[in-house]
Design a protein around this ligand. Sequence first.
Ligand SMILES: Nc1ncnc2c1ncn2[C@@H]1O[C@H](COP(=O)(O)OP(=O)(O)OP(=O)(O)O)[C@@H](O)[C@H]1O
Ligand SMILES: [Mg+2]
Length: 266
Amino acid sequence: MNDLSQNDLERKMITVASGKGGVGKTWISTTLAHTLSRMGRKVLLFDGDIGLANIDIQLGLMPARDLGGVISGHYDLSSAITPYDDPMNSTGKLDVLAGKSGSGSLGTLGREKLGSIRAGLTALAANYDHVILDLAAGVDASVNTLSAHKGTTVVVLTPDPTSLTDAYAFIKLSLMRDRNADIKVLVNMASSKREAEKTYQALNKATEGFLKFTVPYLGMIKRDKFVQESIRHQKSILVRYPQSEAASEMMDIARQFPSRRKAMAG
Ligand SMILES: Nc1ncnc2c1ncn2[C@@H]1O[C@H](COP(=O)(O)OP(=O)(O)OP(=O)(O)O)[C@@H](O)[C@H]1O
Ligand SMILES: [Mg+2]
């Protein structure tokens, strides 16, 4: 046992969310988790968008156990963990809680089940530096329950204008739930650094104007064919194309997440 408070545990949570689907949440969660683990951190990656069971496919995992078994009561959350074996990583660790392909979305689960998954994840956080949650797009019951924590919510958007309005709506709803929510913005699939910054500024102008909220900029990832290539090969980009621009841009983003290990010593 350790003496971390509930808040200390919750601060380890990083939710990756978006208003619009298909903006790169799963790739970002997976690659951020892998990058942080390569920095020596212990990371738990949770597939909270189980309709498609994306994370295990992107990492080329064949999980023997998954969230489906947890939901149907066959085993608990901690027994559903699949370690991601990375021979290049000797100090950090990446564990995956896989979704279950074709089992329907988490959004259809009742409050009680969602609440117990949330409580299970918070308890598991005691063993990790970061718990990264890849959630469904939009704000269904699963997103609402699982992103209600004292950690960070990374809102992903692309330069596509519909993605901007959806990101704005997502931030508005998040602030209605918690005015002090730690929300940060990541622009994905930009054609240039400048385009990403302009996208961020347009969003921030709207949140400042209408919500009186300045949203911090976490950074950007350009559209990079090596992202698609590594997904196609079911390999982490850090394994397949470690020299790619997208891998180095993710490194810049990962460096902004402080290690929580100090808190663990407390
Ligand atoms: N930086 C990038 N450069 C190029 N392609 C990208 C990039 N990020 C994501 N993609 C492409 O976008 C596709 C969708 O990514 P991903 O599945 O991660 O999105 P998502 O937000 O999780 O989608 P969903 O809402 O369906 O869960 C990927 O298959 C990949 O081909
Ligand atoms: Mg996804």
